[in-house]
Design a protein around this ligand. Sequence first.
Ligand code: ADP
Ligand code: ASP
Ligand code: MG
Length: 405
Amino acid sequence: MKKKLIVQKFGGSSLSSIKKIKRAAQKIKKEIISGNNVVVVVSALGKTTDYLQSLINKTDVNADLKEIDTILSSGEQVSSALMALFLNKVGINSRSFLGWQIPIITNKSYGRARILDINATFLKQIIKDQVTPIIAGFQGISEELRITTIGRGGSDTTAVAIAAKLNADRCEIFTDVDGVFTTDPRWVKKAKKINHLTYDEMLEMASVGAQVLEPRSVSLAKQNEVSLIVRSSFKNIKGTSISKTRKIIEKRNVSGIVFSKNDSKITLLGVPDKPGVAAKIFGSLASQDINVDMIVQNISADGKFSDLTFTVLENDFFKAQKFINKIKKEIGIRNILPVSKVAKISIVGIGMRSNAGIAKEMFRALAKEKVNIDLISTSEIKISVLISRKHILKAVNALHKAFKL
Ligand code: ADP
Ligand code: ASP
Ligand code: MG
């Protein structure tokens, strides 16, 4: 039988102690002993990257993104070498690789670089030489030979990119939960594991805040039809498989409920209603690297002014306000109403495409709990609402019940 090629990625939560690293090494060994080739991708141990970021935050030097990336990427240097040591100890011939050693080439957007290419010939030779490569996730090298990082949670993307490039049989994402759940199992006890999801469903879930997979990794898996599996690094159970389609037997309207608790809202009152104003406002926010999520605009009765509400991440809240204040006079905005501590809840499922009553059911379930809806945004397979952050758990539980998850 032909050997399969499997990419196995271990997240920080699965590598937060020596005991856990050893357990991960045993999982890798088991797959290799069963007769398959494995390429391993690791994140930094536990919350190492948070710690490195906190060091950077404490410094008062001018932020040089290139040096920051060199610092942030260092966590994976430790975890990849540690994993190689443990594997060698249990008789698996392995070696650590940093992004530049392969190389994994990225563009020059330090801090959120995109992977442009991976040297597959080199990796294939290593595999042929019977060496199991342990690749540091989350990092690469730019054409000006500087180390880059590809955005927080980026090892998922490293793993999928490698699986795509090597045409691997599957890409397994090992994490601290049993798979993808109907909602975050850390917050909602009744959350259930989902067996199958389509790329589109997972992409929507990841994009609206289900931390379990980084959104870019899912779109890359979709583009390249990488067979993606999210599973537990602690238990020996099946996990969630993510593919192009899912079986009809699993017919359901809503697959998951996702919430994010780091949103804030800014309302601009009395914005002159003329062409180019929205482009000016959102263009200037984008130029400051501030991502705007939901946007709603209401035109006044006389059609001369509008009220414009949008959401940004809490981290960008003050920066966004400062910036809007700067252009307030020039544009002629009457007033600015900033509100932090809002939250976004989304329901996601391909079954929503053909079912018109879903939105009504969602709004009714929230109304029953006296949860006020601030903003609404929809896509073909998702409805998101903005609510007050204090209502989040009540709302998620109500929706979980209403959609019988
Ligand atoms: P890793 O360290 O393996 O990369 P992450 O912390 O990035 O792990 O992602 C796993 C976490 O994602 C889980 O501990 C869980 O709390 C969270 N999560 C959020 N939404 C979901 C969901 N719908 N299903 C599973 N996990 C979720
Ligand atoms: N260590 C990086 C982070 O914490 C990458 C990852 O975990 O995927 O963001
Ligand atoms: Mg992660």
